[in-house]
Design a protein around this ligand. Structure first.
Ligand code: PMV
Length: 336
């Protein structure tokens, strides 16, 4: 049996649109922070059954969820030249679905555990490309801290992989995160059911029908360059402008699809407003929203508790999760 853990990540500069839907290749790059508190543990064990088995948080899965995992394992099996089935057991430390990035930690952990179980020796970049086949954002969860995903140009997707924003050399030269360590996040989980439009369908509909989509794509390139520059050499509020701008532009693009896709709920706007108010009152925080109603407020450890308290003050915020930056996906000895 092989066991791995991976943390989810939340994008500061968003990914919204695929250049190849089968290979899950993004149209543009993205930039994310891996988060320690949003974690998945996954074990993969080969066995002599006729089909794969999948258990998520103690619930045996069938249908769509199982099919997605079997298709993913088929990629690994093809590479390993075997047809042997596997039992996959997965546990998460945070609410699944509803736009909380669980596919990122889920497929990153599955990629690492399955590659090990089927005897594939893959580099981190190869693991990132493999995880991407499960979910675009999972490619980023192979790495810890701030992570840059490249869109790549190759048709086979081998260059559409993530990498840590800071190289090992930069860390050694003292990029300590004044540029990285200060970052954490408060995740304000809204009380709303499963999302109505999944990210894959949402992206495709936006790409096909939104009149704003080409403007969005141009903006991503500018935002990525600017965010990278500001993380190294800017102020928190300058970075906040780019990060919030990327989130709002992504949602504006989705809203402009026909029919429009609206992930926000009233409580989402309330939380966005609250984050901006906190920043005016000198707290380091900035918001982002994925394909769901929840608001993630990036912040610094010193301000985390105050931001968490402020965001919990709405009856429709059912849970507030605080998190430091997380580590990259890796093998572990046993399930916790
Ligand atoms: O990889 P997916 O299919 O979970 O898509 C992620 C899309 C967003 O979360 C909305 C943005 C992002 O960059 O993570």
């Amino acid at each position: 049996m092989s066991i791995a853990t991976a943390c989810a990540n939340i994008a500061l500069v968003k990914y919204w649109g695929k250049r190849d839907a089968v290979l899950n290749l993004p149209e543009r790059g993205s930039l994310s922070l891996t988060l320690d508190a949003l974690r998945t543990y996954t074990s993969v064990e080969k066995f002599s059954g006729n089909s794969d088995e999948l258990i998520i948080d103690d619930q045996p899965q069938s249908g769509k969820a199982l099919k997605r995992v079997t298709e993913f394992l088929d990629l690994v099996r093809a590479e390993a030249k075997t047809t042997e089935r596997a039992r996959v057991i997965s546990k998460t430390t945070f609410p699944l679905a509803a736009g909380l990035a669980s596919s990122a930690s889920g497929f990153a952990a599955l990629a690492v555990a399955a590659a090990a179980e089927y005897g594939l020796k893959l580099s981190a970049a190869e693991l990132s490309a493999l995880a991407r086949r499960g979910s675009g954002s999972a490619a980023r969860s192979i790495f810890g801290g701030l992570v840059r995903m490249d869109a790549g140009k190759k048709a086979d997707g081998s260059d559409a992989v993530a990498r840590p924003l800071f190289s090992r050399e930069e860390y050694l030269q003292g990029v300590t995160f004044d540029q990285l360590a200060p970052f954490g996040a408060v995740i304000a989980v809204a009380d709303a059911g499963a999302k109505e439009v999944g990210s894959t369908d949402g992206m495709e509909a936006t790409k096909q029908t939104s009149p704003y989509h080409s403007a969005w794509l141009d903006q991503v390139d500018r935002d990525l360059a600017e965010a990278e520059r500001l993380i190294r050499d800017g102020t928190f509020s300058e970075l906040a402008e780019i990060v919030e701008g990327s989130c709002l532009a992504m949602h504006a693009d989705a809203m402009a699809a026909r029919p429009g896709i609206i992930y926000f709920k009233p409580v989402t706007l309330w939380a966005i407003d609250r984050v901006r108010e906190l920043r005016k009152n000198f707290l380091h925080t900035m918001f982002t929203v994925d394909a769901g109603p929840h608001v993630v407020a990036f912040t610094v450890p010193e301000h985390m508790q105050k931001v968490a308290k402020a965001l919990s003050e709405h009856p429709q915020i059912k849970q507030v999760i605080t998190s430091r930056a997380g580590e990259g996906a890796h093998l572990i000895e046993r399930m916790p």
